[in-house]
Design a protein around this ligand. Structure first.
Ligand SMILES: [Zn+2]
Length: 206
């Protein structure tokens, strides 16, 4: 019996299964996705005072970065709890300015209630925008694959749910001259249409 030959065959089958596995994980189930979002209640957030909230209807999806380094090992839950405190105590906003936050492992957390308009330190009006923040500073580092994948899933889910045209998926700096947000290394994926193409593909195959 020629063992190396069989090993080679098993190896080829293994690789083939890997390819099939990868291909199927690319196709996303939008129902399962929304269940995977870590709600504000789960990470220990407290709801905003909705009598102060400005209600809106989603027409745009806008990408942000944190704009500060997010070191490996930093606890995303503590980060969110501090961000909520800072937003309320320092900025006097009703809540975290963003609706969704993506950590280094591609986990998606709920921020502000999506039905309430977000907030910004810059001059654009975020009413109608679903705001997604990816942690890290993408002027300095590259977004990792898990973050990119989670970002595309989040955008696909939102675009499908609120019927947002792919052309209305943009970065913060498209609306404000006062910022480089979401950072050049993440903005590149908007500029070269990678995000738009992936979202379109996902919407077609759902
Ligand atoms: Zn921003």
């Amino acid at each position: 019996m020629n063992i190396p030959k069989y090993s080679k065959m098993f190896f080829m089958v293994f690789i083939l299964l890997q390819i099939i596995g990868c291909a199927s994980s690319q196709r996303i189930s939008l129902n399962n996705f929304s269940e995977s979002i870590i709600t504000a209640e789960k990470w220990g957030g407290t709801p905003a005072n909705d009598s102060l909230a400005k209600r809106h209807t989603i027409t745009h999806i806008t990408i942000h970065h944190q704009g500060e380094p997010f070191p490996e090992g930093k606890d995303p839950v503590k980060y969110l709890q501090n961000l909520q405190k800072w937003s309320r105590n320092e900025k006097h906003w009703i809540d975290i300015p963003y609706h969704f936050i993506i950590d280094l492992n591609g986990k998606v957390y709920e921020g502000r209630n999506i039905n309430f308009a977000g907030d910004t330190n810059t001059e654009y009006n975020p009413t109608g925008h679903a705001l997604i923040e990816v942690v890290g500073n993408f002027e300095e580092v590259e977004p990792n694959e898990m973050q990119l994948e989670a970002l595309i899933k989040t955008i696909t889910w939102l675009a499908d749910k609120y019927i947002v045209p792919v052309d209305s998926i943009r970065g913060h700096k498209d609306y404000s001259s006062k910022t480089v947000c979401p950072g050049k290394n993440l903005y590149r994926y908007l500029e070269n249409k990678y995000i738009a193409d992936e979202v379109r593909k996902n919407l077609k195959s759902k």
